[in-house]
Design a protein around this ligand. Structure first.
Ligand code: UDP
Length: 340
């Protein structure tokens, strides 16, 4: 394994993964169309890594342009496929847009890979495929029943990839991410949502004075303090899980491997906000609101399989996750927009 093509490499998890790939000695080819991202992180990640990447501005639905990338780049050993839409609420309102981007875009990519003999893939899946799990921590063999169009696209993609790896002898790793948070230790790259849907970017913006308060979506769950519990994972740890997956594919027989990527420890909304207060020294106002439709009480990972088979485990704790998130927020009050 030498040359890795990364779709969505300008995005939050993609950009951190590219840094880790470069640090591990891989050549990186990025395909991104800046749907939910900008070019700035590409400059920054190359500077941080002290190495350059090859970049192509291409939409995955554009088969001819994608084909031209594979022709131009020559041998690609594996693909890490991040590019996708990811907002649950939006997916409920615009399901066709989600199916077209996340499914049709991926099918085009896989066709082009097959044509060029590229048979190794790491796919961004999500704990959302488990829906409301019967028990936590969740193991990989728990039932898959996603509850919204975004989650359905992830579950469908998993099935498509299992069938494809079986038919064409591909090596596939499906990584089911729990809740990625935090930023690169430099504070130079991080999550830059236009409007934050997830808890931690929202809390960051309240701490920074951009928004007035955090609404806690329900405090009557059967959890430690009544607020929702999630398994937050540092984005740099998550990025490293992709490098480990590439290493695994280099040694592994063909077929599909599925791994949960989380720390195994859950924190409540209240605990997250309180830790953010301590780290930032800022007042963070909270208001308790109703439950968000579709939310579950608790979701944590059993990551034993990733520990044993990928040789991966999370190295950062909650303090480092929140410190890095706050550093990114403080250094870039308007995300990448100031740099444009
Ligand atoms: N949450 C909240 N207020 C917000 C955003 C999220 O209380 O403004 C809660 C949400 O109900 C869940 C947890 O924070 O319990 C994590 O939500 P997030 O959207 O970050 O991730 P999810 O696990 O839903 O994918």
């Amino acid at each position: 394994m030498k040359k890795i093509l990364v779709t969505g490499g300008a995005g939050y998890i993609g950009s951190h993964t590219c840094i880790e790939l470069l640090a591990s000695g891989y050549e990186v080819v990025i395909v991104d169309d800046f749907t939910n991202s900008v070019a700035e992180p590409l400059q920054r990640l190359q500077k941080l890594a002290g190495k350059s990447v090859s970049f192509h501005e291409v939409n995955l639905l554009d088969e001819a342009a994608l084909d031209a990338v594979f022709v131009k780049e020559g041998q690609i050993d594996a693909v890490i496929h991040f590019a996708a839409l990811k907002a649950v609420g939006e997916s409920v309102e615009k399901p066709l847009m989600y199916y077209k981007n996340n499914i049709s875009g991926s099918l085009t990519l896989f066709d082009v890979m097959q044509k060029h003999g590229v048979k190794n893939l790491v796919f961004s899946s999500s704990a959302t495929v488990y829906g409301d799990p019967e028990e936590t921590p969740i193991k990989e063999d728990a039932a898959v029943h996603a509850t919204n169009p975004y989650g359905h696209t992830k579950a469908m993609m998993e099935q498509i990839l299992m069938d494809t790896s079986h038919a064409f002898d591909w090596g596939v790793v499906l990584l089911r991410y729990f809740n990625p948070v935090g930023a690169h230790e430099s504070g130079e790259i991080g999550e830059d949502p236009e409007y934050p849907n997830n808890l931690l970017p929202f809390v960051s913006q309240v701490a920074a004075g951009i928004r007035e308060h955090v609404t806690i979506f329900g405090d009557d769950y059967d959890t430690v303090d009544g607020t929702g519990v999630r398994d937050y994972i540092h984005v740099v740890d998550l990025a490293r899980a992709h490098v480990k997956s590439i290493e695994k594919l280099a040694k592994h027989d063909k077929g599909t491997l599925i791994y949960n990527i989380g720390t195994g420890t859950g924190y409540s909304v209240q605990q997250m906000v309180e830790t953010f207060r301590q780290v930032s020294g800022k007042e963070i106002k909270t208001v308790v609101g109703p439950r968000r439709p579709g939310d579950i009480a608790e979701c944590t990972a059993d990551a034993t399989l990733a520990n044993n088979e990928l040789g991966w485990s999370a190295s950062y704790g909650l303090q480092e996750m929140i410190e890095s998130a706050w550093k990114w927020q403080s250094q870039n009050p308007n995300g990448y927009r100031d740099a444009k």
